[in-house]
Design a protein around this ligand. Structure first.
Ligand code: B4P
Length: 192
């Protein structure tokens, strides 16, 4: 079972990927989580990553591609994965498509979470009260959203054409349970 979740920051793709990965016992690969975990290493790379994430900019394709390919090819992804927050750029997408081809991995389902900016800001500001992430403040949220519109949304549109038979869009403004139910239906109908 190989899934990709696209969506702007705060659209809930991480929340849903976690719920689904627990249910299906497949790996939830969130590049955001992986990069935040790397920051805790307190080495040279972690300082660099910290400053990029705190500004809402994207980490270099080279670092992200290497991290993701390591995970995809590891034992933990043998049963499948949900890619959450990857690919985010054309270069990441090209890298991923050739990696999957090389290892004969066939995607089963791609979901694009749709959410307007006002709801996205509201959710992230709520989260900031609990998680205290350095990128969860209003100025940085606007930058993250801009990056998404410029770099990632066009990519999702390409996937929509290229993988039209396995691509679905979701209204991410619904509540968590409702969205989870919709995703379960999509998984049931996917050719796995
Ligand atoms: P991410 O970690 O991917 O961004 P996110 O804000 O966590 O988005 P997500 O959509 O997962 O939101 P969540 O479910 O938590 O990226 C962070 C940074 O990492 C990027 O800015 C970048 O610097 C770097 N990065 C990551 N991937 C990269 C890549 N491939 N290349 C380069 N750089 C990369 O939901 C948000 C909140 O809403 C939560 O509090 C949740 O409880 C709530 N919520 C969720 N669903 C809800 C619902 N239906 N109703 C109400 N609330 C809901």
């Amino acid at each position: 079972m190989y899934f990709i979740f696209f969506g702007p920051p705060g659209s809930g793709k991480g929340t849903q990927a976690k719920l689904l990965s627990d249910k299906l016992k497949i790996t939830h690969l969130s590049t955001g989580d992986i990069l935040r975990a790397k920051i805790k290493d307190s080495d040279k790379l972690s300082l660099k990553l910290n400053s990029i994430l705190s500004s809402g900019n994207l980490v270099s394709d080279e670092i992200v591609n290497e991290t993701v390919s390591e995970s995809i090819l590891s034992d933990k992804c043998k049963k499948g994965f949900i890619l959450d927050g990857y690919p985010r750029t054309t270069s990441q997408s090209n890298f991923l498509i050739s990696l999957l081809k090389e290892h004969n991995i066939k995607l089963n389902l791609i979901i694009d979470f749709k959410l307007e900016i006002s709801l996205m800001e509201k959710r992230i500001l709520e989260r900031s009260k609990i998680e205290k992430r350095s990128d969860d403040n209003i100025e940085i949220i606007k930058n993250r959203f801009k990056k998404y519109i410029l770099q990632t949304q066009p990519l999702a549109n390409i996937y929509k054409e290229k993988f039209s038979n396995i691509f679905s869009e979701l209204d991410a403004s619904e509540d968590i349970k409702n969205i989870h139910n919709q995703i379960e239906k999509l998984v049931k109908n996917a050719q796995i």
